[in-house]
Design a protein around this ligand. Structure first.
Ligand code: SAM
Length: 250
C-alpha cells in the first residue's frame, strides 16, 4: 500500500514545512536536555525531515517499510550529507546500534493500528536509545478526532505535468479507535490526456495520552510530555494532531 502512496506522496505534501517541523522537534528535544548528534527516523518516507536534521548537524538514519519511499529518499539525498536510508519495518528493525534520539513523524505511529503494533514500534525505539535518550512522535489525538470527526474531502492539484484529484472518504470504527480513510485518486497526464485511477485504504489509529503512557512504560520509557503538534501549550479537546515525548529509562 505504501509503495503506491509513494508515487504521489511529494505531490500532495510539496507545501509541507519540513524545515519548521524539524526545528520544532529539535527544540523539544533540546528542552529536555538532548541536542542529538545521532538520530533515527522511523517511517522516514521520502526523507525530508532526515535531510533537515542533517542540515542542522545530526547524523541521521531513516528507515521505512516502503522500498519506493526509500528509493525517493535516497535519490533526494545530496552527496556528502550524513544521512543513510534503510528499508525496514519499524515494528521489528534492529540496526544493532543506539542513537541520541528516535523520531517518528507525520502520523507513522497512527498507522500502527493494533496495541501489538504500537508496542513493537515503541520497543524498537527503546532498543535504539541510550538510557536517557528521547523518543518523539506525532499522532492523531483521540479527543480531537472524536469531537470533530473526519468528513469527506476533495483535493485537486497539479504536479510535474499531471492533474491529480483525490477524494477521501473516512469511516470511524469507534470500537477499534481506528479511522479508515478510503482515497480515490485520479491522475491525468496533461500533455496526452491519459488518466489512471486507483484506490487506497489508510487505516489510522487515534490515540489518547493515558494509553500511550501505559504502552510506553511497559517497554521502559518515562512519559515526559504530550502537547498539540507544533504548539507550545497544553493539549485541548479540539486538537487533532499531537506529539508525545518519552525518555528511555536507565
Ligand atoms: C504519512 S507518511 C510520513 C513519512 C515521513 N515521516 C514524512 O514526514 O514525510 C507515513 C510513512 O510511514 C511509513 N510506515 C508505516 N508503517 C511503517 C512501519 N511499520 N515501518 C516503517 N515505516 C512505516 C510509510 O511507508 C510512510 O512512508
Amino acid at each position: 500500500m505504501f509503495d503506491a502512496y509513494a508515487r504521489y506522496y511529494d505531490a500532495f505534501y510539496q507545501g509541507k514545512d519540513y524545515a519548521s517541523e524539524a526545528a520544532f522537534v529539535l527544540s523539544r528535544l533540546a528542552a529536555h536536555g538532548r541536542e542529538p548528534v545521532s538520530l533515527l527516523d522511523l517511517g522516514c518516507g521520502t526523507g525530508r525531515h532526515c535531510l533537515e536534521f542533517a542540515a542542522r548537524g545530526a547524523e541521521v538514519v531513516g528507515v521505512d517499510i516502503s522500498s519506493r519511499m526509500i528509493a525517493e529518499a535516497s535519490a533526494r539525498k545530496p552527496a556528502g550529507q550524513a544521512v543513510r536510508f534503510r528499508l525496514g519495518d519499524a515494528r521489528n528493525v534492529r540496526l544493532e546500534r543506539r542513537f541520541d534520539a528516535v523520531v517518528s513523524l507525520f502520523h507513522v505511529v497512527s498507522y500502527q493500528t493494533t496495541n501489538q503494533d504500537l508496542s513493537q514500534v515503541f520497543a524498537t525505539a527503546a532498543e535504539h536509545l541510550e538510557a536517557g535518550g528521547l523518543f518523539l512522535f506525532d499522532f492523531w489525538h483521540g479527543a480531537g478526532v472524536l469531537s470533530d470527526p473526519p468528513t469527506r474531502r476533495e483535493r485537486s492539484l497539479r504536479y510535474q505535468g499531471a492533474a491529480i484529484e483525490r477524494i477521501a472518504t473516512p469511516e470511524v470504527d469507534a470500537g477499534a479507535n481506528v479511522v479508515s480513510v478510503r482515497y480515490a485518486i485520479t491522475v491525468e497526464d496533461e500533455a496526452s490526456g491519459q488518466s489512471e485511477c486507483f484506490e487506497e485504504l489508510h487505516r489510522m489509529r487515534y490515540l489518547f495520552w493515558p494509553e500511550i503512557m501505559a504502552l510506553a512504560e511497559a517497554v521502559g520509557f518515562e512519559p515526559l510530555e504530550c502537547r498539540p503538534w507544533m504548539r507550545d501549550r497544553d493539549l485541548g479537546l479540539n486538537d487533532w494532531y499531537a506529539y508525545a515525548l518519552l525518555r528511555r529509562r536507565p
